[in-house]
Design a protein around this ligand. Structure first.
Ligand code: FAD
Length: 380
């Protein structure tokens, strides 16, 4: 790590201390604190905001009301405004895990808060915080620039920092939960700020409290990561381990691993700037060990990975590929030829086109393997 960054972070530490001092109620794994009363800022609400440029599938849709959110004060003002408070809400980051199937008849809160800071060392971890609207990949690059490892396997994932905990973003053997310290969320129900640690976030495979009714009122404002002070590469994922071996680096740095992850991803995945998509369209289904054995009797090449709890995770991309969908399309919605798990907008697709293709794939996989595929993006 660049030592000058740590040496310079006195004000950051003060900021951390100020934040802590506002605590007023302690819950298990969670701290609640009220925000200071502020004059309500003017809210630059946009009417009928087009959303095609704000989702990576590039599906045309519009929002009845739209607000760029840079801080908690605006959310307090939204709560206080009767014309806004009762509207259906959609929190929007980079729009890379969403599928618009219709216009959004409510208020889109587009998270735009910027800022990142190294808070200092705590035990064997370095704490780094970023605001929700920061671009995820740029934030990973920032940590690598400081010589900090831990996030390199998550390089080149589109979207924002604030969304990373929502589905416990993961890639190449690392999930957000593995490098997570805590986050600050604004509770739209109570108007309070809450600090949640990993246990309070209830992370699971592509899952967290924020995807369930109990966490739906929480809007993530900033996220703090705990990165190892003494870094070791995480090469548990075979494809990454092989690529690192091929690169024949004597002592790979976090930056080297990040560059290798980027190269693999660029080879396999479509760039949303060129082809509309939301990354993996289906979660890898998790089945019991018995179910997996039953399938293996008929399909000995079935790709599966044993889970710590004894269940088995099946490769959804393999199941879709075996059903013959790779490179196929229904109208303007298609299956990416290099990766069957990725559905793409071939040009001019509506949300309904993507849904039709997804349903056709789901019913083929269910008919052949008896396995239900669950979409990963959030349908709006
Ligand atoms: C090419 C490509 C590759 C991808 N690869 C991966 C991958 O390897 N691993 C992976 O896990 N995902 C991957 N994704 C999916 C996506 O990038 C991640 O899920 C990302 O975290 C979504 O971030 P976002 O800011 O775009 O969220 P959005 O799509 O804007 O929102 C996603 C969900 O999070 C909620 N949300 C967003 N911000 C906040 C906030 N601040 N507070 C509360 N709720 C919020 C939204 O309401 C919505 O429900 C990929 C997507 C693409 C297009």
């Amino acid at each position: 790590m660049n030592p000058s960054i740590l040496a310079d972070n006195g004000p950051d530490r003060d900021r951390f201390a100020r934040l802590e001092s506002r605590e007023c109620v302690n819950h298990y794994n969670e701290t609640t604190f009220s925000i200071p009363t502020v004059m309500h800022p003017d809210l630059p609400i946009v009417h009928d905001q087009p959303l095609a440029g704000l989702n990576t599938f590039r599906i045309p849709a519009s929002a009845r009301r739209y607000l760029r959110v840079t801080g908690a004060e605006q959310l307090t003002a939204v709560r206080a405004d009767p014309a806004l408070a009762d509207l259906p809400r959609l929190v929007l980051g980079g729009g890379s895990n969403l599928l618009f199937t219709q216009d959004f008849d409510g208020l889109v809160l587009h998270m735009a808060g910027q800022g990142r800071e190294i808070l200092g060392q705590q035990g064997d971890k370095i704490l780094v915080r970023a605001q929700a609207g920061e671009n995820w990949h740029a934030f990973v690059g920032f940590t690598l620039d400081q010589g900090l490892g831990g996030l390199e396997n998550l390089s080149l994932i589109p979207g924002t920092v604030g969304a990373a905990p929502i589905q416990n973003v993961g890639a190449y053997g690392v999930e957000t939960k593995d490098v997570f310290h805590s986050l600050t969320a604004f509770d739209m129900a109570s108007g309070e700020l809450r600090t949640l640690d990993a246990a309070a976030c209830r992370f699971g495979y592509r899952d967290s409290i924020f995807k369930h009714a109990i966490g739906r009122d929480l809007i993530v404002l900033d996220v703090t990561f705990a990165l190892p002070a003494a870094w070791q590469p995480n090469l548990r994922y075979a494809e990454l381990a092989n690529a690192v071996q091929e690169a024949a680096l004597a002592a790979p740095t976090p930056r080297d691993i990040g560059a290798i992850v980027e190269a693999i991803r660029r080879r396999k995945l479509p760039d949303p700037r060129e082809i509309g998509n939301a990354g993996s369209f289906f979660k890898n289904p998790v089945v019991s060990n018995e179910e997996c054995r039953r399938l293996l009797e008929t399909y000995p090449n079935l790709v599966h990975h044993a889970q710590p709890d004894g269940s088995e995770k099946l490769a959804a991309g393999w199941l879709i590929d075996q059903c013959g969908w790779k490179g196929k399309n229904i109208g303007p919605a298609g299956v990416y030829p290099k990766q069957a798990l990725v559905l793409v907008n071939l040009g001019g697709a509506q949300g309904a086109d993507v849904v039709r293709l997804a349903q056709a794939i789901q019913s083929d996989v269910a008919a052949r393997y008896g396995v239900a595929l669950e979409p990963e993006p959030v349908f709006i």
